[in-house]
Write a protein that binds this ligand. Structure first.
Ligand code: NAD
Length: 282
């Protein structure tokens, strides 16, 4: 992977949650390339292990751990093991997150008669689905911060990065719970930055815009390669007129992580979105 600038994370231990996933496995790799020892945490240990093996195969240091970010005991166990294997945590990336179909409406707008149709409307959204999304994103950021920030207290270059989203600024249609939960992450980023400001731990977040990944490719492009209506809407509202490449998140991640680059930056959420959040649509 091409790292956009030189950041020395030697002697740092980084913990990445959601590292069995698309973006956070890439973050783990980039951080390892900068010299850190990386712990890849995920509920899906097979994926996390595969990504850790890939990193180790490049001569870098990584290990995978099975956790549930909502289960404090599993995180405590992982912390003990990470401390023994790699050392005490300096950097934490809270990447585990996502949406759930039961917290998603079928249509963008409520239209007369929708209540009589067999579709997901606002009225029959499942509170359990909404709870799942709030828990995963918000508590799934708060609880790992509780566990791993204990290691960071008293260090001068500790840093926590949370992952927010475009929908935190203005909610996206259909996904009220995911939008609200990501807004809560942006808010919590500010809260925790203030709370830890006397400790040396900085807390910041990134808000990725729209990226084409293996998972969402089918939503965004038809089989013949032409864009779906959703893609057209996204691109119309992205002043730069294109999707992001996943690796375009790396610069912001490393900049926020590394104290020499961002020592006086605390409590910010940086959009990486080709101008989407700046554009009113007119
Ligand atoms: P992904 O689904 O590929 O990865 C998420 C990972 O989190 C998975 O490996 C999953 O197993 C893990 N996970 C889920 N629940 C867990 C739990 N309870 N405990 C431990 N691990 C758990 O998602 P991604 O696209 O790589 O997204 C990573 C982060 O970036 C998420 O927070 C997501 O909301 C955010 N984000 C993604 C995009 C995008 O375009 N992909 C845009 C904005 C924000």
């Amino acid at each position: 992977m091409k790292i956009p600038f030189d950041i020395d994370l030697n002697n740092n231990v980084a913990v990445v949650t959601g590292a069995g996933g698309v973006l956070c496995s890439m973050f783990a790799k980039a951080i390892a390339q900068c010299g850190a020892k990386v712990a890849l945490l995920d509920r899906n240990i097979e994926n996390a292990q595969q990504y850790a093996d890939d990193i180790v195969a490049e001569g870098l240091i990584a290990k995978a751990y099975k956790v549930d970010v909502l289960d404090k005991a599993s995180l405590e166990q992982a912390r003990v093991q990470i401390n023994a294997d790699l050392g005490s945590c300096d950097l934490l990336i809270n990447g585990a997150g996502g949406n759930h179909p039961r917290a998603t409406t079928t249509n963008e707008y409520y239209l007369e008669g929708d209540l009589d149709k067999d579709i997901a409307t606002f009225f029959n959204l499942d509170p359990k689905g909404v709870e799942f999304v709030f828990n995963l994103n918000f508590l799934g950021t708060l609880i790992p911060s509780q566990v791993f920030a204990v290691d960071m207290l008293g260090k001068e270059d500790a840093s926590i990065i949370n992952i927010s989203s475009m929908n935190a600024y203005t909610p996206l249609t259909k996904i009220p719970a995911y939008s609200g939960a990501k807004a809560a992450i942006s808010n919590f980023t500010q809260w925790l930055a203030v709370h830890f400001s006397k400790t040396g731990i900085r807390v910041n977040a990134m808000a990725p815009g729209f990226f084409v990944t293996k998972q969402n490719h089918q939503l965004l492009y038809n089989d013949d390669g032409t864009p779906t209506p959703r893609t057209a809407k996204i691109l119309d509202n992205t002043p730069m007129g294109r999707f992001g490449e996943e690796e375009e998140l790396i610069g912001t991640l490393l900049f926020l992580l590394a104290k020499p680059a961002s020592s006086f930056i605390n409590g910010v959420v940086i959009p990486v979105d080709g101008g989407f959040s700046a554009y009113s649509g007119v």
